[in-house]
Design a protein around this ligand. Structure first.
Ligand code: AHR
Length: 504
């Protein structure tokens, strides 16, 4: 049985727990919006046509900032199509997903939906087929109080108060040949810098995200970030990271170590950004918006033919059904985002409903939680205060894709009177016996310990069996003389909440 010993020092602070780490993403793609968020005929729909059963699950998920309306969709989007009287809105072709867009949901509806869920918007502008003027127009419509043509149009459309959107993405994945209007790093860096400068002239307090690479596997990765930032450094606040993971060729050991790759990716982008900043003799730091991350069985979807020549409205696309192993990876990736909270100050799980999502729906039917829902919702609920760096003494194993990986990974957060420890066991067959020295927290007791695991690492939740996989109390968690002991089943994710005694 693998054994691991972890030491917590509450003074080893990495960064505050940033609520934006728990962001998500809604794209007009497949059934993400239509029959996902919006289904006027559904028994739970409100007057706006939004499914309240889904709103309840989004609240429980605890997602904070929500990126919208794409993704690749945004690179052909005309935001004006989706405002004003619904019966006058045009149906358009969406080239990104070869679908029909009815425009029945647009910015004003989405903002009302966000209020129901208690989330903050993060909007993307179209730099694929459009440019500076369309971005400025959208900004005026969204954020200007009133008294100008576009802000008065918003008021006339029934939204008197501005949406006050703080975070804006300057296009999406502009390095990807699949992206409508993709560009070279030089061309994108110039247009991103000019768009950012113009948007900040309108409102200097906006937080702007310039596109990094579509993933670390892109042939231009690294050079893209450097070139784009050389043009835009002074005008932007974040550079984006996107990365999806999946199990390849039955290599579960490598897949479970995906977080090792994510951390290396973050380190590389931070180093590149700092290199550009130092060359410019700038005192400013560019943070990372990790605004697309998840498990995505991309290859299988590409081979399935679900994105095809037909023009359909809200087809079933990218509807991954997640396993326990997928949930362990998602939980571990989220731990890594917390761990790099010194520079990753915003992140978006891609996506939210039906499309590579923690929440699934059936038209006219139920909404339910995928396996990946649980590590996200529990971490969002328990992580508070400051992230602290644990000292981990654990065996390692060799992976084909990511080199050496620790069998047990951990991160912890400490608030005034409570703390949380998040753990994964990547061993495929054996439980891990873990001890955690929590003496630095003073006298602490376990108030919650839950584990997500199953005798079958590929167990899933489905329409027919919606609660096959749920987190269960882990009764092995005990504290004696400042040492917490817990057994972690193979391929598992665990969260432990501790309450510190007053005065410690
Ligand atoms: O999240 C699905 C797609 O993945 C997004 O539209 C795109 O940005 C990325 O390639």
């Amino acid at each position: 049985m693998p054994r691991a010993h972890i030491t917590l020092d509450k003074h080893a602070v990495i960064a505050p727990v940033r609520r934006r780490t728990f962001g998500s993403f809604v794209e007009h793609l497949g059934r993400g919006v239509y029959t996902g968020l919006y289904e006027p005929e559904h028994p739970s729909a409100n007057d706006d046509g939004f499914r309240m059963d889904v709103v309840e699950l989004v609240r429980e998920l605890g997602s904070t900032t929500i990126r919208y309306p794409g993704g690749s969709f945004v690179s052909g989007y005309r935001w004006e199509d989706a405002i004003g009287p619904r019966e006058k809105r045009p149906v358009r072709r969406d080239l990104a997903w070869h679908s029909l867009e009815s425009n029945q949901v647009g910015l004003d509806e989405f903002a009302r939906w966000l209020k129901l869920t208690g989330s903050e918007p993060m909007l993307a502008v179209n730099l694929g087929t459009r440019g500076i003027q369309a971005a400025l127009d959208l900004l005026e419509y969204a954020n200007h109080p009133s008294g100008t043509a576009l802000s008065d149009l918003r008021v006339a459309n029934g939204t008197p108060e501005p949406h006050n959107v703080r975070m804006w993405c300057l296009g999406n994945e502009m390095d990807g040949p699949w992206q409508t209007g993709f560009m070279t790093a030089q061309d994108y860096g110039k247009i991103a810098a000019r768009t950012a400068a113009a948007m900040k002239t309108a409102d200097k307090d906006l937080e702007l995200v310039v596109c990094g690479s579509s993933g670390s596997g892109m042939p231009t990765f690294g050079d893209w970030e450097r070139t784009v930032l050389e043009h835009s450094y002074d005008h932007v606040d974040y550079i984006s990271c996107h990365q999806y993971y999946q199990e390849h060729d039955g290599d579960l050991g490598s897949f479970l170590a995906s977080a090792v790759d994510m951390e290396l990716f973050i380190d590389t982008v931070v180093a590149t950004a700092d290199h550009v900043g130092y060359k410019k003799r700038s005192t400013k730091k560019i943070d990372i918006s990790f605004d697309e991350w998840n498990v995505w069985y991309l290859k299988e979807h590409q081979e399935s033919g679900e994105v095809n020549d037909e023009w359909r409205h809200a087809p079933r696309q990218l509807e991954d059904v997640y396993t326990v192993a997928d949930a362990v990876v998602v939980g571990n990736l989220l731990m890594t985002l917390l761990k790099r909270g010194d520079r990753v100050t915003s992140a978006s799980l891609a996506q939210l409903v039906n499309v590579i999502a923690p929440i699934m729906t059936e038209p006219g039917g139920p909404a339910w939680r995928q396996t990946t829902f649980y590590p996200f919702s529990i971490t969002s609920r328990l992580a508070a205060g400051e992230v602290i760096r644990p000292l981990i003494d654990a065996p390692t194993y060799t992976t084909a894709r990511h080199g050496q990986a620790s069998v047990v990974d951990a991160i912890a957060t400490v608030d005034e009177d409570q703390a949380a420890v998040f753990l994964v066991n990547r061993d495929l067959a054996q439980a891990a016996q873990v001890t955690v020295d929590v003496r630095s927290l003073g006298s602490a007791r376990v108030i919650e310990a839950v584990t997500l695991a199953d005798s079958d690492a590929y167990a899933k939740n489905t329409l027919a069996e919606q609660r096959r996989v749920i987190p269960r109390a882990n009764p092995s968690a005990t504290i004696s003389e400042g040492v917490l002991s817990i057994d972690l089943p193979p391929v598992s994710w665990t969260a432990i909440a501790l309450r510190q005694a007053a005065g410690d």
